[in-house]
Ligand binder design. Structure first.
Ligand code: BTN
Length: 255
């Protein structure tokens, strides 16, 4: 990896423009609406203090009270679809490393892109693709519990972590955003230029459940076994005892 950029202004794509909102339904939906009326350029970041209709993966609600860092980012990656899918893992590594540097602790990843700290979920990433004329765009939505009141996280309160519980530092949301965007750009450019193999090694090193027993809910079936690898296409490789399964989408439970 290149040396950490010291100033967000040095980013060449991600965060060249940042829109801060007090309240919005969802920062990702805000980007979609702005795209529809032609008012959104590549690399723009939309951040909000509160989201009233935050969206999580698999159609879940993402509770987004004050005290969190909720933002989305627009990119046109110009990659074939199979490589586009890898960005989910690329950004998980970037955000995990960025947050890890801020709190000086290792943040782990639950495949494909949940960030965990001490066994609890600290951050989540939602990737959505769409097309505008000929171009395929990607909206990356990131939710980080910085200093949230867990009572406001509903059913997730007992399984959620907040950065403030793990750091005595003065956690400023804007500086966390700046640091995370620097890491996202570093890894995005590295992926575009060098490919996935080195980032995959980092992913494996940070993975919460490699070599452990897992149960994966793949919507139409459940797969249980040992997570023996993550392959070059970003798939979870599971030895069920009967077969080696390669899984592209699903929710992992670590047993
Ligand atoms: C997940 O782990 O389920 C993904 C959560 C993604 C939440 C973020 S918060 C900013 C952006 N706007 C949304 O509505 N969702 C994402």
């Amino acid at each position: 990896m290149p040396d950490r950029l010291t100033n967000i202004a040095k980013n060449i794509i991600i965060g060249k423009k940042i829109i801060y909102l007090d309240e919005v339904d969802s920062t990702s939906d805000y980007i979609k609406r702005a795209l529809d009326i032609g008012e959104m350029t590549e690399g723009t970041v939309v951040a909000a203090s509160i989201q009233t209709k935050g969206k999580g993966r698999a159609g879940r609600v993402w509770e987004s009270p004050a005290g969190g860092l909720w933002f989305s980012l627009l990119l046109y990656p110009r990659l074939p679809m199979e490589k586009m899918a890898l960005l989910s893992l690329v950004f998980a590594v970037a955000i995990s490393q960025g947050l890890g540097e801020i709190i000086e602790q290792k943040c782990k990843i639950k495949w494909p892109n949940d960030i965990y700290l001490d066994g609890k979920k600290l951050a989540g990433i939602l990737l959505e693709t769409g097309s505008l004329e000929e171009d395929i765009y990607l909206i990356i939505g990131v939710g980080i519990n910085v200093d949230v009141d867990k009572d406001q996280l509903g059913s997730l309160s007992s399984s959620a972590a907040s950065l403030s519980e793990h750091s005595s530092l003065d956690l400023n949301i804007n500086s966390i955003l700046a640091a995370v965007l620097e890491y996202m750009e570093m890894y995005y450019l590295d992926f575009q230029q060098e490919g996935f193999s080195q980032i995959l090694e980092e992913f494996k090193e940070l993975c919460l459940h490699l070599d452990q027993r897992v149960k994966i809910d793949c919507i139409n079936r459940i797969v249980s076994g040992i997570n023996v690898d993550i392959d070059s296409r970003g798939r979870l490789v599971v030895d069920t005892g009967l077969a080696i399964e390669k899984i592209s989408t699903g929710d992992v439970k670590v047993l």
